[in-house]
Structure formats: C-alpha cells, structure tokens
Design a protein around this ligand. Sequence first.
Ligand SMILES: Nc1nc2c(c(=O)[nH]1)N[C@H]1C(S)=C(S)[C@@H](COP(=O)(O)OP(=O)(O)OC[C@H]3O[C@@H](n4cnc5c(N)ncnc54)[C@H](O)[C@@H]3O)O[C@H]1N2
Ligand code: MOO
Length: 402
Amino acid sequence: MFTGMVDYATALQLILACVAPEREHHDVLPLSQLSGRIAAQDILAKEPRPVADISAMDGYAFSHAAMASASAGLPVVGQSVAGDMPAPIPSGAALAILTGSRIPSGADCVMAGERMQYDEHTGLVKPLQTLAAQGANIRKAGEEFTQGTVLVQRGQVLDWRHIALMASQGMTHGHVMKPINVAIIANGAELAPDAADSRTDSNTPMLAAMVASVGAESQTYQVYSDDAEELEKALSKAWNAADVIVTTGGISVGNTDNVLDALKNIGAETVFRGVKIRPGKPLSVMQRAGKLAFCLPGNPGASAICALAFLLPYLRAAMGKSNGMTLQPGVVDFDFNPVCDTTHFVPVRCLPSQNGWQISHVSSVGASDIRVFTQATALLRVDAEKPVVSGQVCWVLPLQSR
Ligand SMILES: Nc1nc2c(c(=O)[nH]1)N[C@H]1C(S)=C(S)[C@@H](COP(=O)(O)OP(=O)(O)OC[C@H]3O[C@@H](n4cnc5c(N)ncnc54)[C@H](O)[C@@H]3O)O[C@H]1N2
Ligand code: MOO
C-alpha cells in the first residue's frame, strides 16, 4: 500500500541527494562529436583572441601622426594580407592592408580603402575626407579574451558556440562526461505479443528516447510475463550492468505488481514509496549500493510525466550538467484547482500573444493518454494548495527542447 508517501518537492530532493559527487570517467572526442555532450573540465584559452592587433578593414595602415601632418598623403610601401607577418613600416609610409592582417609596428590607424584616395601617379594615399581617430579599425590583441580565460565551464552542454571557440584555439578534441547507462525494464503479461489481450510496449521506446534526449545511454529489457522470479532475474542482470535502472509497470497494488518486492529480494532499499502527484502517484524509488531504481507507473502518460519530473533531472545532475531544465514564462488563460495535498502536472499549449506567451489547458483523458503530449507544448506544475488563476504568470516546462 502507499504508506509513507512523500510530496513532490521531497521526492525530488531525495532523488537529487543520491547524485554521486563526481564521475571519474571521461571520453575524449573530436570536435565533430562534441555537440550535445557535457564538458568534463573547464576549457581555458591557450592564447588571447585576437592573438595580435589586427585590421578590421580592407584599406591602409599608417601612423596617425604622420598622416595628420602629410597634406599630400603618405607613400604606400606594399600590402599585407591575413597570414603575413608584416615588417615594421618605415616612418612616413602607409601599408595597404586586408581584413585580419596583423598591424605592422609603426602603424596605429587603419582606414577603409573606400574612404581613402590613392594616387597612382604619385603612389600617395590620403583620406578622402576626415582622418579617422588614432586606433581606428584596429582589433586589439586579447580584446575578445585573454590567455587563461575560462571559455567553457565544466558541466556545460556543448553546442556550436563552444565548438567554434575550441576550434579557434586550435583544439581538435574535448573531454566530455561519459554518458550514464540506464537499464529500462518493461514488465507485464499483457505485453507479450501472444497474450489473449495483447498490448504493445510503448513505454520502453518512449523512455529510451527521453534518456537519449539528455545524453544518457540505455538498454531495454522486456519481461513479458507476471512471473516474479523471471522479473527478479532480469532486474538483477540489468542492475549489475547499468548505472541506473528504470522499471515501468507492476508497482501498484495488484497481485501481479511484483517489481518492488523483486527489487527488495535482490537487496534494494526504499527511498520512497509513492508521491503525492497526479498523474504518477505510485512512483517509487529504490537504491542499492548507491545505484537508484526509478520504478515508474505502467500507465504511459503517468510514466512520461514521472520520467520528465524526476528521472531526467536526476540524469542531468548525475552527468554533471550545470544547466538544468529551462522553464518558459507565460500568462495562463484558465483556472486550475489542485486536489488537496497533490501536485498536478497539467498539459498546456503555449501560443504567442501580444503580451508574450499565452498558456492554455489541453484536456487529457487520463494517465494512459500519450497523444496529449503531441497536442500540448509544455507541462504546467500546479502545487498543492496553490490554485492557478486565469491571468496569472506561470513558468512551464517545454516538452520539446528545440
Ligand atoms: N487499487 C488501486 N489500483 C490502482 C492504483 C491504486 O492506487 N489502487 N493506482 C492506479 C494508478 S494511479 C496507476 S498509474 C496504475 C499503475 O499501475 P502499475 O504501475 O502497476 O502498472 P500496470 O498495472 O502494470 O499497468 C498499468 C497500465 O499501463 C499499461 N502498461 C504497462 N506497461 C506498459 C508498457 N511498457 N507500455 C505501454 N503500456 C504499459 C498496462 O497495460 C496497463 O494498462 O495503477 C492504478 N491502479
Ligand atoms: O497516477 Mo496514475 O499514474 O494516474 O494513473
């Protein structure tokens, strides 16, 4: 029975308290494979950027003071392009220069070619109108960042922005957290294809996709029976092979709901049994030697919500992700009264309106409903004793990360 149920916040707290402080094993991967992975260490700049003073324009580089006092202009002594290491320019001379080229010593001003007049006969260049300020159009060494700057923090989920920075530093590989390995186990005689009233196992593919969405890996196991011993064997095998196990189904109070007893028989202890949430009340978490078992309800909609609300935050934290779930704000256009003592997860649709996002209720037929997640765009958490009133600003959890 559901004795000793905990509330939503306590359940999440108990789960996150089980996150091991540090995972030691890292993967070293080429830049092309880093997107979506989590930085295992801070990444420091090896060199400043720009590495030297460089030109921001195609034009001419010269000494500002020399140009200011040369009414006929300065002789152009050559050209420097990006990739050259230009020699110092003689005093009283100008150098044609292209964008990205290093500024030669002796120059402290660059002007764009179209703002200057070059006389082919005399070989002199001078401003068409006004002389730019000293230092104009020069990107200073280290103005983006200096050597040793932390470019990417440990725990950051890497994407194109970080890969660009790493590549600009000549890095070809990065150290990333090893993905956590999750065993996902479905159980129930009705899932056997030859059962008299067979049902399809949709929860293991759904949960495997969710686990993958946070960068963890999974293996799925199917125990298509209500046999307690068979289940125990599968759970034992899965738990030895994986970092985390996730079961779905078989945790309510029916006499074929064997998951929790089977886990106890192989040495697991209860972290909590049941959470005051709707849907998903039977959710239970067990642990053995620091490894957690998330026992999710079989009802597919309830299973999805328990995974979004508890399993994924745990996996993110356990893999060292520093940026958790990003909530989206909006204004609700409906009232919602939670049942006493219960936190509700309400499917909602967010549509842009004049005043930002408008959050509307998407009705669901209950805890087995999974189509609702394709009609909704987010989940609204409504905590016990905190009814939601139309016009209120709420923060919702988007169902799609991109
Ligand atoms: N007497 C009570 N009965 C129930 C209670 C209760 O408090 N007292 N709680 C209800 C709630 S809430 C839920 S949720 C379910 C949870 O039951 P189980 O976790 O034991 O799940 P099952 O009974 O095994 O299955 C429920 C439902 O889900 C379907 N299912 C199971 N596994 C899968 C799968 N892998 N893929 C797709 N669908 C699956 C299964 O066929 C059932 O239809 O208990 C209520 N009962
Ligand atoms: O809480 Mo159950 O998970 O609603 O169907």
